[in-house]
Design a protein around this ligand. Structure first.
Ligand SMILES: [Zn+2]
Length: 281
């Protein structure tokens, strides 16, 4: 068995490599290009990116953030996405150890990074990512302990004996998906009725369908709250700073994604605190 700090380093390095793949997803999925072929090239001069120039983060630093062929600036998004993926994978390992939970939350982190950056760049939350993620969320739930508790609470009112863990966990995932997509759909319908124009795309609804399958009902509600607060704060700051027009379209999916990741790592005390408030009544 390897010592824990060494495993942590490997998990971080593995995250960097996955992050490099996520960059390809962010770049190519919105325009419907293959994420496997062909290999990457400089968008400006077509210079093929060689394996030795494709080392996560390091290559960007060694090349000084410029293409080897034409010296065009490379977006700092690439090393940022790689580094962020490494950090999130490392955080999953620190929080959940060597476990299925780490696999689940690392998968979720990777999906969130793709959605956060795709929405930021293009105001798109691709169906391919949302529905693949939704399927993965349901599949993974079958192997996890039911931690949300909503399915258990419901089943205790219906059955004498609790159903097997896999069933409870799947029901928790489905409830999370229903709560997340249902709530956002209601908000978008209400906005449309009130303002007569679309304020929130169906992409956000589908994103929360997917996120809900991973998070369960309680953490999904917390995510929507966190995302809305983040979006409001940044929206107000942008308007006050007059950096953007008042009708500047905020990337709501970006805020939901950031909110979801905050909830994964810091949400448990909030959920526990709120439940204890409910118990006291
Ligand atoms: Zn170039």
């Amino acid at each position: 068995m390897l010592p824990a700090p060494l495993i942590g380093v490997f998990v971080f390095l593995f995250g960097l490599i996955i992050g490099s793949f996520l960059n390809v997803c962010i770049l190519r999925i919105p325009s419907g290009k293959s994420i496997v072929m062909p290999s990457s090239a400089c968008p400006k001069c077509g210079h093929l990116i060689q394996p030795y120039d494709n080392i996560p983060v390091l290559s960007y630093l060694l090349l000084g953030g410029k293409c080897r062929g034409c010296k065009t600036k490379i977006s700092p998004m690439y090393p940022l996405v790689e580094f962020l993926t490494g950090v999130l994978f490392f955080a999953c390992y620190c929080a959940f150890g060597i476990s299925l939970d780490t696999l689940k939350w690392a998968t979720f982190s990777a999906i969130m990074i793709v959605l956060v950056f795709t929405d930021l760049r293009e105001r798109i939350l691709p169906d391919l990512v949302n529905f693949t993620g939704f399927g993965l969320g349901l599949l993974l739930s079958l192997f996890m302990k039911p931690t949300d508790g909503t399915a258990l609470w419901l089943s205790s009112h219906i059955f004498q004996f609790p159903p097997p863990d896999a069933v409870l966990s799947l029901v928790d995932a489905l409830l999370g998906a229903a709560v997340g997509s249902g709530l956002l759909w209601l908000v978008s319908e209400a906005y449309f009725k009130l303002r007569g124009r679309e304020g929130m795309g169906l992409g956000d609804v589908k994103m929360m369908l997917m996120a809900g399958a991973f998070l369960g009902a309680k953490r999904t509600l917390l995510t929507i709250m966190a995302g809305s607060i983040l979006g409001s704060i940044i929206g107000i700051v942008l308007i006050l700073a007059r950096r953007k027009e008042a009708d500047y379209e905020l990337p709501f999916g970006t805020f939901l994604g950031a909110g979801a990741l905050l909830v994964v790592f810091f949400g448990t005390p909030v959920v526990d605190w709120y439940q204890s408030l409910l118990m006291m009544r």
